[in-house]
Write a protein that binds this ligand. Sequence first.
Ligand SMILES: Nc1ncnc2c1ncn2[C@@H]1O[C@H](COP(=O)(O)OP(=O)(O)OP(=O)(O)O)[C@@H](O)[C@H]1O
Length: 225
Amino acid sequence: MISVTNLTVAYDELVAVAEVSLQVPPGYVLAVSGPSGAGKSSLLWAIAGAAPVKSGEVQVDGLRITGRPAAAAHGVVLIPQGNGLARVLTARENLSLPLLADRKLSADEVEREEALESVDRIIERALTAVGLEESGDHLVEELSGGEQQRVAVARGLAQRGKVILADESTSELDSSNRERVLELLRAEADRGAAVIIATHDPSVAAGADGHATMDEGRLSWERRL
Ligand SMILES: Nc1ncnc2c1ncn2[C@@H]1O[C@H](COP(=O)(O)OP(=O)(O)OP(=O)(O)O)[C@@H](O)[C@H]1O
């Protein structure tokens, strides 16, 4: 469960998120739309523990998010706008980084081998889910914008978070890949994640369980969860 209470995010004097409160239970998808600069990304970054919170708080399953390490430890996964991929690494390497960072590999070689094998399986499954099973060894900079966006989605899926924050994750996709990514995000909710999608696309908002809009940092409801 994501619980945001009276959250204000400010970059020095600029208030990007103004006293926003919302809750997203496991199994639900919330869409957040609104004009450019309205504060959607700042809201998602704050839930991911990576934006300057001035007042209010974010909790995940009752545990307060106080920074990026706390958010990652509580299973908060951000698929950032612009993808956040390392361009000179392959798609597969980009997926493996957060998984390996997260795993406390045992010193025991057998267990270590098994852990690495399971990481490989998770990565292949995620790449296949976004239709990029043939592209794992390509450098990110060799992929098209839409393919890079799908790699970023695969990286998010591979982490199997309790909270998935997708920031404009369909903006560069053709309609069939957009449908595919939306189905994958829905499947994340079905396995028990709480999902928030920031989007400019009315059809994405229409397919979500609830729809909120932001304007100048303030949030209002089009359709409540
Ligand atoms: N790191 C930052 N430092 C300073 N100001 C920032 C920073 N990030 C965002 N802002 C400002 O905060 C406000 C909200 O930006 P934000 O990116 O959250 O909006 P958005 O709704 O996601 O926009 P878009 O739809 O264009 O992605 C804007 O005025 C933006 O310029």
